[in-house]
Design a protein around this ligand. Structure first.
Ligand SMILES: Cc1cc2nc3c(=O)[nH]c(=O)nc-3n(C[C@H](O)[C@H](O)[C@H](O)COP(=O)(O)OP(=O)(O)OC[C@H]3O[C@@H](n4cnc5c(N)ncnc54)[C@H](O)[C@@H]3O)c2cc1C
Length: 402
């Protein structure tokens, strides 16, 4: 359908919002596209505080949106980085089983990866793993050669430049406060710096996506629960212990991958992230509390269902968050030579994880579409990797349906 001249407003200048605006601009060159971002720059939240890994699609349920969009998106992201001289490296990753109880899960991952079409996956024994990572410990592993590392902040800057070069607008320091659906199928958008109008609204507000959807008249059936992921940095003189990416076998009950080692494309090695309930949606430090955000968590029945099922894991994560020794013990399962004194406190990111009313951690990406609006309601990892494919899918949906 022809959206010539239509006003499309994307709420949120993280990588998903930017990639969506960019793809809309490519497929709808005459549309007037505006990205509204509440911060002074783009990519400040999940996108700017993640592990910087290009996930190739190993973990995801075959046939799910995550599997489809990660497998497609990683290729698009690599191509985009190559074409725009963005720092990245396809360095490969090892997923390591450290005891017998993990072998079945490791084999399941291998099968998932095969089904998702990953190339070059290899099952390795310890000797073979040590040819790749000489300091590793474990009883079996999978090598995933298609995975890599990238600087997602740089990706955001390049996408933002491309949006503006092709006539789109990125308006920063513009917090969306209210949305009014006007007769005649358009939106009045009240922000902290004035009013905007849109024919089509795209909600990519990350940690606030459920609240933006509510402002647009949706019922908040799913709720965003913020999970902080804390990192340590390995001191420079001990960085020889890790060459690239070393991951444990994740517990499939959770969407989090377990604390791992990640080489950063910008230099250095990080260990983490853990997953602890944050007391604020943008609570990057343990001390940050937002009473409204807390009310949102504790007043949601789905949270208590989740708590009933997994309170023990939650408490263990919380204790480990306060103990460098315990954090280090998790890392030592993969690299026994790492010591607490090798670790310096690093940064943190907060994941926007949607929880369903039955307490289920929503594993797959989740989008809803309405007349004149698309809401991205769950875009956790690997949404940075998959962002260009997510953006393309939303753009095609809008073109076909408006
Ligand atoms: C610790 C951690 C590690 C991760 N590691 C990886 C990884 O290695 N690889 C990978 O692919 N993915 C990873 N992820 C996931 C990935 O970072 C996210 O899936 C992705 O960044 C989501 O992008 P987004 O644009 O949806 O959200 P965000 O980047 O959070 O962007 C949302 C934007 O909306 C803006 N906003 C919110 N409310 C308003 C409002 N009212 N008005 C205007 N603007 C608003 C925010 O300021 C923000 O900039 C990780 C995430 C975390 C937290």
């Amino acid at each position: 359908m022809d959206n010539s001249g239509k006003k499309i407003v994307v709420v949120g200048g993280g990588i998903v919002g930017l990639a969506t605006a960019y793809q809309l601009g490519k497929f709808q060159p005459h549309a007037q596209i505006t990205v509204l971002e509440k911060e002074p720059t783009v990519g400040c939240h999940q996108t700017g505080n993640n592990s910087g890994v290009l996930h190739a699609g190993l973990y995801y349920q075959p046939g799910s949106a995550k599997a489809r969009l990660a497998v497609k998106g990683v290729q698009e992201m690599i191509r985009f980085c190559q074409e725009n001289a963005i720092a990245h490296e396809i360095c490969g990753k090892l997923v390591v089983a450290t005891d017998e109880s993990e072998i079945d899960r490791l084999n399941n991952l291998y099968e998932r990866g095969q089904k998702n079409g990953l190339l070059g996956l290899r099952k390795l024994n310890l000797e073979q793993m040590r040819e790749i990572e000489p300091h590793i410990q474990g009883i079996a592993g999978i090598h995933v050669p298609q995975e890599g590392i990238v600087d997602y902040k740089q990706v955001c800057r390049v996408i933002a430049d491309k949006i503006t070069e092709s006539g789109g607008k990125i308006v920063t320091s513009a917090r969306v406060l209210r949305l009014e659906s006007l007769t005649g199928d358009s939106w009045r958008i009240e922000t902290s710096i004035g009013e905007f109008e849109a024919d089509i609204l795209v909600n990519c507000a990350g940690l606030y996506c459920d609240r933006i959807s509510e402002l647009a008249g949706e019922k908040r059936e799913m709720r965003i629960i913020p999970f902080r992921g804390e990192y340590y940095k390995i001191k420079p003189e001990r960085q020889f212990l890790v060459k690239n990416l070393i991951y444990p076998v994740p517990d499939p009950k959770f969407p989090f991958l377990g604390v791992h080692f990640t080489r950063l494309v910008t230099g250095g090695i990080e260990a983490g992230p853990n997953a602890v309930l944050a007391w604020a949606r943008e609570g990057y430090r343990k001390s940050q509390v937002n009473l409204g955000d807390l009310y949102d968590v504790f007043s949601y029945p789905g949270f208590w269902q989740l708590f009933r099922k997994y309170w023990r894991t939650g408490v263990e994560e919380l204790v480990r968050s306060f103990s460098k020794e315990l954090f280090c013990q998790s890392l030592q399962k993969l690299v026994p030579e790492i010591r607490p004194e090798d670790l310096e406190v690093g940064g943190a990111g907060v994941r926007a994880q949607a929880i369903a009313p039955n307490g289920e951690l929503v594993q797959d990406f989740h989008f809803i579409s309405r007349r004149g609006a698309v809401h991205v309601l769950n875009a956790p990892s690997p949404a940075a990797t998959a962002s260009l494919a997510i953006g393309e899918e939303i753009a095609h949906y809008i073109i076909a349906n408006t």
